[in-house]
Design a protein around this ligand. Structure first.
Ligand code: PBE
Length: 280
């Protein structure tokens, strides 16, 4: 029990994949003998990030691209996922935050549409969407989250990178979960989605290719408060083998159990940890 005696606070953002990853981390810590305080489900990205930075929380899974652009203020993504992670790890050290080994899991933003609209407009890439917005004003309406609408690696940056000029009247802001249904119904032509979300498949949405590679890699990795890690260096050995099992296929499968089948994120996390042999 390498973490016996440790009290570890785990945080996450509020969307499904984050709740599952937070639960997975908590279960891994518990299995290693720690007592876990669950502070998962914080609204918006900044909340869980700041909790780890300030030491109000000890750890959480975060995405490399989110840190690189939104927290560390860089404007250009690093195309190689490993180099992106290394750059984040190096840069974030000065904030008292340590990044452990990353997962293959890469949950990036995308625009997606229903099959009827895909047939009608024929767009396959974000460049096509930019062209449609120009040639057929009003056709390229967007449903997006508030956070996406305000992030440099979100709507403003995407519109700039693609010369996409969707006017404000064609953009509706809404909660994460609702966007999938709205895009499926066609109340917006395009919905902003997460590529590992289970509802892309279940609702048969067509995902637009990021042909200019605007979005960075968003590999999930444990983000740990450095003081905590110094006190409990065994955390790395506990989380590394778990993180190594997380890829896009796993994320889609687990996310779908919650968002499509209605299962509980904690239960989904536990079942997976058992299946993978990390707990009994
Ligand atoms: N992402 C896509 C966002 C939400 C999903 C991973 C880039 C983030 O949590 O930062």
């Amino acid at each position: 029990e390498p973490l016996k005696g440790a009290h570890l606070t785990v945080t996450s953002k509020s969307f499904t994949e984050q709740l599952i990853l937070g639960a997975i981390m908590g279960i891994a810590f518990e299995a290693a003998g720690a007592e876990v305080i669950d502070r998962t489900g914080i609204q918006g990205s900044i909340g869980s990030r700041e909790a780890v930075r300030k030491g109000d929380a000890d750890a959480g899974y975060e995405y490399t691209g989110t840190a690189w652009i939104t927290y560390l203020g860089n404007s250009k993504p690093i195309p190689d996922p490993r180099e992106q992670w290394e750059a984040v790890r190096k840069d974030d050290a000065r904030n008292g935050v340590t990044w452990l080994q990353p997962a293959e899991l890469n949950n990036t933003y995308a625009l997606a549409m229903n099959q009827e609209n895909a047939k009608k407009y024929g767009t396959k890439t974000l460049s096509d969407v930019a062209k449609l917005a120009k040639s057929d004003p009003g056709a390229a309406s967007l449903c997006v989250e508030v956070e996406f609408a305000n992030r440099a690696d979100g709507l403003p940056g995407m519109q700039r990178a693609y010369g996409m000029n969707v006017p404000a009247r064609d953009i509706t802001q809404m909660d994460t979960g609702i966007i999938y249904t709205q895009a499926a119904k066609g109340s917006c032509t395009y919905g902003e989605v997460y590529t590992t979300d289970g509802r892309i498949n279940s609702m048969n949405l067509a995902v637009m290719d990021d042909d200019k590679k605007f979005f960075p890699n968003y590999n999930a990795a444990p983000m740990i408060n450095t003081k905590t890690l110094k006190e409990w260096p065994a955390i790395a050995g506990v989380l590394d083998p778990v993180t190594a099992r997380l890829d896009n296929a796993v994320a889609r499968k687990l996310n779908a159990k919650v968002d499509v089948d209605g299962e509980d994120p904690h239960q989904v996390a536990r079942d997976w940890m058992v299946e993978e042999g990390f707990v009994e």
